[in-house]
Ligand binder design. Structure first.
Ligand code: AMP
Ligand code: MG
Length: 421
């Protein structure tokens, strides 16, 4: 065989089958994606689900003062009885938002509520249930120690501390943090624009009538859902016919208006599959065959400045390749820090068929079995056209390339949808 010698061994990059391993494909995609640069200032509520463009440093302490974690009585630990009990004079009260003015002397205590400022001279809170009160005097027993039920100044966030990092997605907890710091506005990375379309002469859109040999386009809807959840600006370019000129025009238009172009269908080597050819003509193909199932043909590349992702037409393949490859790439483009993907090892309650060769993302249902143990079972038939398998599933069962089937009780790796969708 007269092949150009490769610098890398076949097992490392391209497998002996000429397919790229899933891990290599993921790395190659991410290596070629760079975060967009623009950013904008937004009121914090509008920044929900956006990506932080700056590190956030705290300019205040949270909490801003020592305060009580309980409803009870504040006192000085020097007054705690070493044995027996002791009585203290009640000299006032401190409510949340209405502090006690003054400091405590030896032998004194104040009534204090949760969140109220602990005055000078006090360093310990006794829960009200543990105190005997008679008029303006309280009696306490042993069993308490200095600092009990005190929330210290800066315990949550300290002045000068970096609280959030650039690249962090703003979720409800970050909105809370930002508002605890008193920040009304923050700088977020601009939204990316993703243009997407389906390719296929057989495709009709919802609301149209099917004729012989036609099917409804479902990928544009699953892609719409997945992209919308990611928080990108979407440009839906509809269905493009399997004609060289139409595909060329659609690619050119999409690359002109978007940061990323996403197509489905037409990535195989059939007579009507123009995606790879057009990508070669207009831009560059990075790779297009991956040792995974579903989703072997997958065109990855670039047209001008736009990242290009051509996922396969089969509906399950389109979703699986989106989640494994396109989503992390778009997250990097959005400026997000790579997110942690939850993987669990659980016993499989059903047999799984699998031939060695490609890594498979089978669809599974993760649940507790009769023994109360978290386990997974197959959704049933695994064809890449069986979209009900995605709807019934709540996880992918990831079977490594060399696996040749799973017996009941074998441990398998699952990737719950909740962590990735
Ligand atoms: P392709 O990747 O274009 O060869 O398509 C593979 C299979 O997926 C064929 O059975 C197509 O009819 C089907 N398919 C392609 N695009 C879509 C789509 N947008 N919605 C539903 N099925 C599709
Ligand atoms: Mg097609």
């Amino acid at each position: 065989m007269n092949k150009t010698p490769s610098k890398k061994s076949p097992g490392c990059d391209e497998m002996s089958t000429g397919l790229l391993s899933v891990d290599d494909a993921k790395q190659r995609i991410l290596k070629n994606i760079f975060p967009v640069l623009g950013h904008e200032k937004l009121a914090i509520r509008s920044a929900l689900n956006r990506v932080l463009a700056e590190d956030i440093q705290s300019t205040i302490n949270v909490p801003p003062y020592d305060n009580s974690a309980m409803d009870g009585y504040a006192l000085n630990s020097a007054d705690l009885p070493a044995s027996g009990h002791t009585s203290l004079d009640l000299v006032g009260e401190s409510f949340a938002g209405r502090p006690y003015i003054g400091s405590l002397e030896c032998g004194q205590a104040i009534r204090i509520m949760t969140g109220a400022v602990i005055p000078d001279g006090a360093d310990t809170i006794i829960m009200q249930e543990q105190v005997k009160r008679e008029g303006d005097s309280i009696t306490i027993q042993t069993g308490h120690k200095k600092g009990d039920h005190v929330r210290c100044i800066g315990e949550d966030m300290r002045v000068g501390q970096t609280i959030l990092k650039r690249g962090q997605m703003i979720t409800p907890s970050e909105l809370g943090l930002l508002s605890s710091l008193g920040l009304a506005e923050i700088s977020v990375i601009r939204k990316i624009r993703v243009a997407f379309f389906s390719t296929g002469d057989e495709l009709k859109s919802v609301g149209e009538t099917l004729e012989e040999g036609q099917i409804y386009d479902s990928n544009r809807y699953t892609l719409y859902g997945m992209l919308t959840r990611l928080g990108v600006d979407i440009i839906d370019m509809g269905v493009i016919k399997d004609r060289r000129e139409d595909v060329r025009q659609a690619f050119t238009d999409a690359a002109n208006i978007a940061d990323a172009v996403l197509t489905s269908g037409g990535v195989s080597v059939g007579d009507a599959d123009y995606v790879k050819e057009m990508l070669e003509e207009l831009g560059q193909v990075n790779f297009w065959r991956v040792a995974m199932k579903p989703g072997k043909p997958l065109a990855i590349g670039k047209i001008n400045q736009a990242a290009f992702f051509g996922v396969p037409g089969n509906p399950v393949s389109a979703m699986a390749t989106f989640y494994q490859f396109v989503q992390p790439a778009l997250q990097k483009l959005m400026g997000m820090n790579p997110s942690f993907k939850t993987l669990l090892k659980v016993p499989c309650m059903t047999t799984l068929k699998k031939a060695p060769g490609r890594l498979e993302y089978q669809r599974g249902i993760l649940d507790y079995n009769e023994e109360g143990e978290l386990s997974v079972q197959t959704t049933g038939v695994q064809g890449s056209h069986i979209l009900t398998s995605m709807s019934r599933a709540n996880c992918f069962i990831i079977l490594e390339a060399d696996c040749n089937g799973v017996a009941v009780g074998d441990k398998v790796t699952v990737q719950p949808f909740a962590g990735i969708i």
